[in-house]
Write a protein that binds this ligand. Structure first.
Ligand code: V07
Length: 256
C-alpha cells in the first residue's frame, strides 16, 4: 500500500536507480533512518527476533558504505529509543551488546574510511560495556573528518527538548543568558545534536508512518520517505530510490 502511495514519486527514468554519483546535485547532506521491521523480518522466516536485529546490522553496513560513497555528510541511525526498555529483558540484553559487536567488527574499516562515530542519547544510563564500546569508538574516530556516523542510542526527543529547556532556564536564572536571547537557535544549540546540521531526509522502513519520538525538533524541515521494505532487506535499490525522490522534490520545490 505505502509503496503505491509513494510510488507516484518513483524516479522518472529506470536508469535513475543507477548508482548515485557524489558530484550530483541535491544529495541529502544529512540522512536520518528509523530502522524498523527487524522483528517482522525474523517472524516471516520463523526465526527469533534477535535474528532480525543481527541481519539489521548487515543492513547498517550496506547503508554506511552507500552513504559514504554518495557523499552524505551525516548519517543518523535510530538504534534504540527510550521506549525500547519496555521490550522483553532478554531482547534488551541482546540489543545492549550490539554496539560492542558492531564496533568490534566495523571500527577498523570506519577508521580507514575517515568516518567519525558519535552517539546521541542518554549514554550514562546504559550498561557499562555498552558505554565503554561507544566511548572508545567516539574517541578513536574523533579526529576523522569524513562522514559522521551518528547512532541515536537510548534517545528520546521529548526528554532531549525538556532537558534543553531546563538548562536554558538555569542559565537565565544565573544571568548567563538574557530572557530576550531565548530563540530557536538557542534551543537548537542546547540539543544533543547541537554540532550537527538538521536532517535533510528521513527514511523510515517497514510501513510505519510516524516519528516515534525521534528528532522532533530537528526534523521540522526534512523530507520524509516511507517504505514498506523491512530494514534487514533495505538495499542499494531502496537507498537510490529514496535519494532520487529527494532530488526530484528539491528540483520541483527547491529552496524557494
Ligand atoms: C542498541 C542497538 C541495536 C542495534 N540494532 C541492529 C540494527 C537494527 C536496528 C536496531 C537493532 N544496533 N545496530 C548497531 C548498533 C550500534 C549502536 C551504537 C554504536 F555506536 C554502534 C552500533 C545498535 N545498537
Amino acid at each position: 500500500m505505502l509503496n503505491k502511495l509513494m510510488g507516484k514519486e518513483k524516479p522518472a527514468e529506470e536508469d535513475d536507480l543507477n548508482e548515485i554519483k557524489p558530484e550530483e546535485e541535491n544529495i541529502p547532506k544529512h540522512i536520518a533512518v528509523i530502522m524498523d521491521g527487524n522483528g517482522r523480518w525474523a517472524k516471516k522466516r520463523g526465526l527469533p527476533r534477535v535474528a532480525g536485529h543481527r541481519e539489521g546490522m548487515n543492513a547498517i553496513r550496506r547503508m554506511v558504505r552507500l552513504a559514504d560513497r554518495t557523499g552524505v555528510e551525516v548519517l543518523t541511525l535510530y538504534a534504540f529509543s527510550t521506549e525500547n526498555w519496555k521490550r522483553p529483558k532478554t531482547e534488551v540484553e541482546f540489543l545492549m551488546r550490539l554496539p560492542e559487536r558492531f564496533l568490534n567488527a566495523e571500527l577498523p574499516e570506519l577508521i580507514e574510511k575517515n568516518v567519525r562515530v558519535r552517539v546521541t542519547g542518554e549514554i550514562e544510563t546504559l550498561p557499562e560495556y555498552t558505554q565503554r564500546a561507544v566511548k572508545k569508538a567516539a574517541e578513536e574516530t574523533s579526529g576523522n573528518t569524513g562522514m559522521i556516523l551518528n547512532f541515536a542510542l537510548n534517545y528520546g526527543s521529548r526528554s532531549e527538548i525538556i532537558e534543553s529547556v531546563k538548562t536554558i532556564y538555569k542559565k537565565v536564572e544565573s544571568g548567563e543568558v538574557a530572557f530576550t536571547e531565548i530563540d530557536e537557535g538557542l534551543l537548537s544549540k542546547h540539543l544533543m545534536t547541537a554540532e550537527l546540521r538538521d536532517p535533510d531526509l528521513l527514511i523510515r522502513t517497514s510501513g510505519e508512518i510516524r516519528l516515534s519520538n525521534f528528532m522532533l525538533w530537528q526534523l521540522a524541515y526534512a523530507e520524509f520517505w516511507f517504505t514498506d521494505v523491512l530494514w534487514p532487506d533495505f538495499d542499494e535499490k531502496d537507498f537510490n530510490e529514496a535519494v532520487r525522490v529527494y532530488q526530484q522534490r528539491q528540483r520541483r520545490y527547491g529552496g524557494v
